[in-house]
Design a protein around this ligand. Structure first.
Ligand code: FRU
Length: 529
């Protein structure tokens, strides 16, 4: 039996989606059916379809009491909306159904596990959100919450874990049938870091400068297990932040890929670390193994997952043909002010990306299904430009898949490259443009939406270290109406950014400060098939 709140939400989305015209939405990225969307949830295969739920506030294009929106696809490009799956209608989730995962069960049911949020007034009158883990079971469209919810509550947490930051379960089933859930939580335990400044030794060899940092450990990933989906127990801590990457963590994902264990999560309140991690919210990847004795994740390498501004709260799914595919919210809590009144919805997902591990790094590539949308190939080879901006025949559009090889070459005797800066401008008209630029002397690639029509003082540019391979920088640039995803050097890095420029701005140009040579292949992406 669905609740009144869920029936209201379903009626509302059905009545109101007609007011959003197809051309006001992205063409092949999933956007909110109505209202607001954030994290992807419950990314799973069930009964021959890929299901994606999402954090959803149907009634407004701003964040509010969280529901779960729902869509299905078989090719990751064409999505069909289904009625909202969950509404905040029970005692334990009355203030929101936060993020979680899904699982196709052996008995034919689709299981959801999500975070139920209930506000509580603390003795100092401040409101805090108690977070517990809840389950619901369904048939791919209608879901019944388990009356005994929550199935994991704060009493199940290890000592010194906050009951207010405990969320985002990711569930799976082991070969032996055991159910597992990885959640994030906040560890209040003190973490003590002793830092010696080796440059400041006294002449007698004693350390002159020793600093002690003491902070709470912050984000941690906890593992729970169950023999049946209703009775869970805490198993162990998988990973603890210790203030290395941001403070609290969100939305964990754990899987095996190319012989390695991979732990993905999003971090809040990060401090920058070179151009690897940026201030604010971002998503990171740990590559390593699980220690057989302690069960802890042993990290061999860590990196950002995306070097642009709009990528957060990733989830992955294993496809029936064995691909590990990742999707994320193509926005970020720090960039929500990009919201403009002319867009009646807010929030879209990234293009689903196939993952692999190469050279100790996480590689990403657009799902291969995207090739089926390519139309009208245009190729320009060995184009040379010098201190000029040019537009090339047949290269324009707001639905574009474009591959570019830029000859960067070697430094000359004076230590200079042939050009100082190379740039592509797109979503361009006489007033606006969105840019990608490369400076070989700094080895930096930059995405830039400063001139994309934003009226807010939020971050509009971001850079990533990028080296050419054999003297050539390769970019694959995927442009939808309101976003760009730049895949660098076969997917070694990705930079993702949204922008909401008037869709009539569809010119594309190439610019060089100095002399540059490049080849470009461009396809129009077909919206409907
Ligand atoms: C991440 C997040 C999750 C939470 C959800 C709430 O973006 O903060 O941790 O479950 O969004 O909408």
């Amino acid at each position: 039996m669905s609740s009144q709140s869920l029936r209201d939400a379903r009626r509302y989305e059905e009545e109101n989606e007609q007011y959003i015209l197809p051309e006001e939405r992205p063409a092949f990225h999933l956007s909110s059916r109505v209202g607001w969307m954030n994290d992807p949830n419950g990314f799973s295969w069930y009964n021959g379809q890929c299901h994606l739920f999402y954090q959803y506030h149907p009634y407004d294009s701003h964040w509010g009491p969280m529901h779960w929106g729902h869509a299905v696809t078989t090719d990751f490009l064409h999505w069909k909306y289904l009625p909202a799956a969950l509404a905040p209608d029970s005692f334990y989730d009355r203030d929101g159904c936060f993020s979680g995962g899904a699982l196709a069960m052996k008995d034919g049911r689709h299981m959801l596990m999500y975070t139920g949020v209930r506000k509580e007034t603390a003795p100092n009158y401040r409101t805090k959100e108690v977070q517990t883990q809840c389950v619901a079971f369904g048939d791919g469209e209608n879901y019944e919450k388990y009356p005994g919810n929550p199935v994991i509550s704060w009493e199940d947490l290890p000592p010194e874990s906050s009951k207010y930051d405990f969320r985002d379960p990711r569930i799976w089933q082991e070969k032996d049938g055991t159910y597992k859930a990885a959640t994030v939580s906040y560890s209040l335990r003190k973490y003590r870091e002793v830092v010696h400044d080796r440059n400041k030794n006294n002449s007698d060899g004693l350390l002159a400068s020793t600093q002690i940092h003491e902070e709470e450990e912050g984000g941690q990933v906890l593992l729970f297990s169950a023999q049946d989906p209703l009775h869970w127990k805490f198993e162990r801590k998988l990973a603890v932040n210790g203030y290395r990457i941001g403070r609290m963590w969100e939305c964990p994902d754990l899987f095996e890929l190319d012989g390695k264990q991979v732990l993905l999560a999003s971090a809040m309140d990060m401090l920058p670390d070179g151009l690897e991690y940026h201030n604010g919210n971002g998503t990171f990847c740990l590559i390593g193994s699980i220690d057989p004795e302690t069960g802890r994740f042993v990290s061999e390498a860590d990196q950002s997952v995306d070097y642009g501004m709009d990528f957060y709260a990733e989830q992955t799914v294993l496809t029936p043909d064995g691909r590990r595919v990742m999707i994320a919210w193509m926005q970020n809590w720090d960039t929500c002010n990009l919201h403009t009144k002319s867009i009646p919805w807010f929030g879209q997902m990234t293009l689903p990306r196939e993952l692999s591990i190469r050279n100790g790094r996480l590689y990403q590539w657009p799902v291969r299904e995207l090739l089926s949308l390519r139309r009208d190939e245009v190729r320009h080879e060995n184009v040379r430009i010098e201190d000029e901006e040019v537009e090339l025949d047949g290269i324009k559009g707001r639905l574009v898949d474009m591959e570019l090889e830029l000859k960067v070459g070697e430094k000359d005797k004076e230590g200079h490259y042939g050009f100082h800066k190379f740039a592509i401008h797109f979503a361009k008209d006489d007033r606006y443009h969105t840019g990608i630029s490369y400076r070989p002397s700094e080895s930096t690639l930059k995405v830039d939406r400063k001139f994309s029509g934003s009226r807010r003082a939020i971050i509009h540019q971001r850079r990533a270290y990028t080296k050419p391979q054999d003297g050539v920088l390769r970019l694959r640039v995927i442009i939808d109406r309101f976003s760009v995803e730049v895949f660098v050097n076969d997917g070694e890095k990705v930079m993702t950014m949204t922008y909401y420029t008037d869709i009539r701005a569809d010119r594309i140009s190439f610019f060089a400060d100095g002399a540059a040579e490049f080849s470009v292949t461009k396809y129009r992406l077909e919206e409907e098939q």
